[in-house]
Design a protein around this ligand. Structure first.
Ligand SMILES: [Zn+2]
Length: 453
């Protein structure tokens, strides 16, 4: 078939022609700008090259019913509805744009942290859009809040995250679902790692999941491995994330690698079998970081052990290895969970792994729901999180970054900049703490320079 402009096009797409759509998008390049040439370039490139998901500049007045949802370490999240939807394709019969998602909900991430490189992030999104992946959050593009001048990342809205899902379903969750969820996340990680992308902030809050089990990974801090730039001394002094999921090598100040993502994945493995977040009963401070670097890992409650296959626990602790080279790869995890998931669905029990899964399911089914809950409440301070635990991503000083202060923090002479005074600490106070530490270390440096002179 030939469109009115003379392009050959796929008749399956009906009245749409990819070339016409692209030509019209290019014609409109001069009609919009994000105010940042780098961002514009990436959005334009995405519109020229990406077949499946294109990025768009979305004017702020397209959002209606904007509601504040939460604050994070980098900014705030809002929900909104799209008044005009998102451009879809050029309809060459009507000679106008067709839109999708008109009136639909979106999530808006307004970025207030100036250290966050939005252009870099859009580049990563564009890389994932070059392929058709089903396991990542859908990003529509970028907008700007006219009153704050902050950039906004516009995402498809998903109803809930993994911790939310587990709270509602945990006691009815069988191994087929658990393995299915982990298989999807492992497959997502394998796909990222295949393209040399490192997630850098994998935790359950970044696993978006709705009641129908549609699972999406929020790419959040994802970076190209080669773009993880280090200082001259090859060390990092600050890292963004939640301490229980950050691998020990990164807590020490080394670069985040593909193997680091596998360590973070283990925290999710732990949550799926215990309904608890890792290190929920502890303060997420420098002491915990030192403990993690010394090999301390979250413990599975004894009464739960009969509900969890041994191979699963072995695998979980392998992902948590202190030595990154001992951790399994994303491909290994994806194969393992993929195969187990296939067999669970078809009720095939033909090896030790499947046999252990079957027994665990039976043991769990033989305990009544009320018994389980009773055990759980007896065991733990259950849903009570330690007031100084923090599962919201924030800026954390690595042990390398604290090296001058470390002895003083340990002896209690200096306050711990990684200790939260309130569980819902805002970005501003963490910035203040940052400044305070910088001043302190500057003073210290001054003193030590004087000593040497
Ligand atoms: Zn055409």
């Amino acid at each position: 078939m030939i469109c009115p402009s003379g392009h050959p096009y796929n008749s399956l797409l009906n009245r749409f022609c990819l070339s016409c759509t692209k030509e019209h998008l290019i014609q409109e390049f001069k009609t919009w700008s994000s105010g940042d040439a780098n961002i514009d370039k990436i959005v334009q490139k995405s519109q020229i090259n990406c077949r499946y998901n294109k990025l768009y500049w979305i004017p702020y007045d397209n959002f209606q019913n904007i509601k504040h949802i939460a604050d994070g370490g980098r900014g705030s999240v809002y929900s909104a509805e799209l008044e005009n939807g998102i451009k879809w394709d050029w309809n060459f019969i009507k000679q106008e744009w067709e839109y999708h998602s008109i009136g639909k909900k979106v999530a808006l991430k307004e970025i207030t942290d100036c250290r966050y490189d939005i252009a870099e992030f859009l580049k990563v999104i564009k890389t994932t859009h070059d392929y058709y992946y089903d396991y990542f959050a859908t990003y529509y593009g970028i907008s700007k809040n006219p009153s704050t001048q902050n950039y906004i990342i516009v995402m498809k809205s998903v109803n809930g995250d993994l911790p939310n899902y587990l709270t509602k379903t945990f006691w009815d969750l069988g191994w087929e679902t658990k393995i299915g969820i982990l298989g999807s996340i492992a497959y997502g990680l394998e796909s990222l790692h295949d393209k040399n992308l490192v997630h850098c902030n994998l935790h359950s809050g970044n696993i978006l999941i709705d009641p129908d089990l549609d699972l999406r990974i929020d790419l959040d801090s994802c970076k190209l491995e080669n773009d993880l730039i280090l200082n001259a001394d090859n060390k990092i002094s600050k890292i963004y994330g939640s301490i229980p999921y950050i691998p020990p090598e990164v807590l020490r100040g080394n670069k985040f690698t593909i193997e680091g993502d596998i360590y973070s994945f283990s925290g999710i493995m732990y949550e799926i079998v215990t309904a608890q977040r890792p290190f929920a009963d502890q303060a997420h401070d420098t002491y915990l970081m030192i403990d993690i670097c010394n090999g301390v890992r979250p413990k599975v409650p004894d009464f739960m052990l009969s509900w969890i296959p041994e191979w699963y626990l072995d695998l979980m602790y392998r992902c948590w290895s202190d030595d990154p080279s001992e951790r399994p790869t994303g491909a290994e995890l994806s194969n393992l969970f993929g195969e187990a998931s296939y067999k669970l669905y078809r009720k095939i029990v033909d090896d030790d792994v499947m046999h252990q899964l079957q027994i665990s399911d039976e043991n769990q089914n033989n305990t009544s729901k009320s018994q389980k809950q009773e055990l759980f409440e007896l065991f733990s301070h259950s849903n009570k999180l330690h007031p100084q635990s923090c599962y919201i991503s924030r800026n954390i000083h690595t042990l390398h970054g604290l090296h001058d202060l470390l002895e003083e923090i340990k002896s209690g002479k200096s306050p711990d900049p990684n200790l939260l005074l309130k569980s819902n600490e805002s970005t501003t106070s963490s910035v203040n703490i940052d400044k305070e530490v910088e001043i302190r270390s500057k003073k210290k440096n001054d003193i030590s320079t004087m000593d040497w002179e």
